[in-house]
Ligand binder design. Structure first.
Ligand SMILES: *Cc1c(COP(=O)(O)O)cnc(C)c1O
Length: 339
């Protein structure tokens, strides 16, 4: 490995790498493949649609070095399709799946020395799609940029999984029916920062958001999807348009069913979740984060003894095992990056 990196010091933070990818188009011409260029600052009009009106999307995915000495993506076609759905919602030209996959492969190949050794992290890949051309009135930008940068990140849990303490918010919502909560629109995330900081100041890891219409049903945990387990049945909030359809969420549903568990996608009330036996949240960054306790007003419940539950731990081991190829890829989820 050429890079002089202390892999064990990596956290989930930005380490600049060598090369990024940029493609550009007007709204009218089709996307053409972009090119690799040195990683660095970009130049953009102060009137860019993304800066003024938030016409932007992001994706988040990981490239893993595996036990079979390959570098693989986990279900990258799902990231490509999710970004296309987001582009439709934000009136941007969708990047064709073939260009997306080719681009994320190229940028990992160009930065291959930055992919951590197996088990010591992964290369986080961040595609961005934005209205980069200038526009004054509120309307779609005249031109668009598709960019990708990568950064090595450490394992989310160093020294084993830890359960987190969460706080249900009665004051704030993440997304409303008919809005943009179901796509990875950049504008969805800043409004969560203040509630998240407030919860952290009180000693919680993150906020649980309830549905905006009735404040009854769990939607998400910050920027992660929610599951709870009761009498060996898994429950996760159904996708109603206000919940981001996580690829980790979808994978856990398939994996749990394959392992013989019943999985129910329906409205999950905070009350029901607080009566469950185990709970966890999930996303690309941590894969699975066990939940130790949930607090709602004066009411606090601790799951078991507050440590990761058994089914939660089994699912984590299986899913991370598939990702690093110590388990068989029974669903064909891995996409090898040619080196
Ligand atoms: C990205 C994201 C998730 C997790 O999605 P994955 O595809 O599993 O990484 C969940 N909720 C929100 C709000 C997100 O932005």
């Amino acid at each position: 490995m050429a890079k002089d990196i202390d892999w064990d010091k990596l956290t989930f933070s930005l380490t600049p790498t060598d090369t990024m990818y940029v493609a550009e188009t007007t709204g009218d011409e089709p996307w053409m493949p972009g090119d690799l260029r040195p990683y660095g600052n970009i130049s953009i009009s102060p009137a860019a649609g993304v800066l003024n009106y938030g016409q932007g999307l992001f994706e988040g995915m990981k490239a893993y070095r595996t036990a079979r000495d390959r570098v693989v993506f986990f279900r990258p076609d799902e990231n490509a399709r999710r970004m296309q759905r987001g582009a439709d919602r934000l009136k941007m030209p969708p990047v064709p799946e073939s260009i997306f996959i080719d681009a994320v492969e190229q940028v990992v190949q160009a930065n291959i020395d930055w992919v951590p050794p197996m088990g010591r992290g992964a290369m986080y890949v961040r595609p961005l799609l934005m209205g980069s051309g200038p526009v004054l009135g509120v309307s779609p930008a005249p031109s668009y940029s598709f960019m990708i940068y990568v950064t090595p990140v450490g394992p989310y849990f160093k020294g084993g999984m830890r359960a987190i303490e969460l706080l249900i918010s009665d004051e704030f919502h993440r997304a409303a029916p008919g809005g943009s909560g179901g796509v990875k629109a950049i504008g969805n995330y800043a409004p969560g920062m203040m509630p998240s900081k407030m919860a952290k100041a009180q000693g919680y890891a993150e906020v649980i958001y309830l549905d905006a219409r009735t404040s009854t049903y769990i939607e998400e945990v910050g920027a992660a999807n929610f599951f709870c387990i009761k009498d060996k049945v898994l429950y996760t909030p159904e996708l109603t348009g206000t919940i981001l359809p996580g690829i980790t969420r979808d994978s856990i549903i398939a994996l749990a069913r394959h392992m013989g568990y019943e999985v129910v996608e329906e409205k999950v009330s905070a009350e029901f979740a607080m009566s469950a036996d185990e709970a966890f949240c999930c996303g690309t960054a941590a894969v699975i984060s066990p939940i130790g306790s949930i607090t709602h007003g004066d009411n606090k419940v601790t799951y078991g003894d507050g440590t990761p539950g058994t089914i939660t731990t089994t699912l984590y081991d299986k899913l991370t095992g598939i990702q690093n190829e110590t388990e068989e890829d029974i669903f064909g989820w891995l996409h090898e990056i040619p080196l």
